[in-house]
Design a protein around this ligand. Structure first.
Ligand SMILES: [Fe+2]
Length: 299
């Protein structure tokens, strides 16, 4: 059976490449790689050639997300599974795979219309040590847990859940959040490895494809340093420091140069074998800057 093993990479469309270059390096600590192409920059978080591509084409939204399968056998089996389920996809040409620095590539869309790629064989530059964009105490937590997690726009949560189940993820509703208007928000979280969730949706209508990307540091002091830098630069913080009930990570959410959120985190627990749900977070995550689609009360 073919299942995805991690959220491996992201492509982001941005309008201000210079602002992103500074933010990724000086705020987050990522390594910026410029291959001289002019229309893109690569962000490294580990030994992979990149984990994020910044495309200077101006839409300030998610361009694509890449889900990894183990190897060519799983890649072929995934194509059979998608075909049997009637899900359209195209097989990336050699040039397209080369552009992504992978050995094999499928292109499709999830039920929310989010460009989705399935790949195997990323280019890993073991000869090139990770060099953070600013001093760091530790590293980014990637490895078998992938890049982090994304919250996506989905008009049909059930259809999205079935799609990601087909890819091999598992999960369910993990919160019942009581809103001031009497409604109950029920966000849906899904995992495919030890990371407690790699994708989530069900936050209601969203202007952009993506609400936030969460990534994680191995060292608490890097989260603290990032927080100091964000506060020093007076970057909008949408959710203050707090601890989620589901992944139990200590995180805060701040604006990136494209006007959506990056969630900086540390200390998440692993995905559990059995599903649970929660009615609030453990502490913190108070709302601060409004307008980023995270105005739902977590406490
Ligand atoms: Fe998150």
């Amino acid at each position: 059976m073919s299942v995805v093993t991690e959220l491996g990479y992201l492509g982001l469309s941005v309008s201000d490449l210079a602002a992103w270059r500074a933010y990724a390096a000086e705020v987050a600590g990522m390594e910026v790689v410029d291959e001289g192409e002019g229309d893109r920059l690569y962000l490294r978080m580990d030994l992979w050639h990149h984990r994020i591509v910044l495309h200077a084409d101006g839409s300030d939204d998610l361009a694509y997300m890449g889900w990894r399968v183990a190897g060519p056998q799983e890649f072929a089996a995934m194509q059979e599974k998608l075909s049997a389920a009637g899900i359209p996809f195209t097989v990336g040409s050699e040039a397209e795979a080369c552009e992504r620095r992978v050995l094999g590539l499928l292109k499709l869309a999830d039920p929310g219309g989010n460009p989705t790629e399935i790949f195997f064989g990323p280019q890993v530059d073991t000869h090139k040590p990770f060099h953070p964009g600013r001093p760091m105490f530790g590293k980014f937590l990637t490895g078998s847990q992938g890049i982090g997690h994304c919250i996506l726009r989905q008009d049909d949560v059930e259809a999205a859940a079935r799609f990601y189940e087909l890819l091999g993820l598992r999960g369910s509703v993990e919160y019942h959040l009581h809103l001031p208007n009497g409604m109950v928000a029920q966000p849906y979280f899904m995992h495919c490895n030890d990371r407690q969730h790699s994708v989530a949706f069900g936050l209601g209508p969203m202007e952009k494809r993506i609400n936030h990307l969460m990534f994680e540091y191995t060292d608490l002091d890097d989260l603290g340093m990032a927080h100091d830098i964000v506060r020093g630069k007076k970057i909008d913080v949408a959710l203050q420091l707090g601890k989620h009930a589901n992944d139990q990570a200590l995180t805060f959410y701040c604006a990136n140069p494209s006007g959506w959120l990056w969630e900086f985190g540390w200390g998440a627990r692993h995905s559990t074998g059995q599903q649970e749900y929660y009615t609030r977070d453990i502490f913190g995550h108070g709302n601060e800057a409004a307008g980023y689609g995270m105005d739902i009360p977590l406490l």
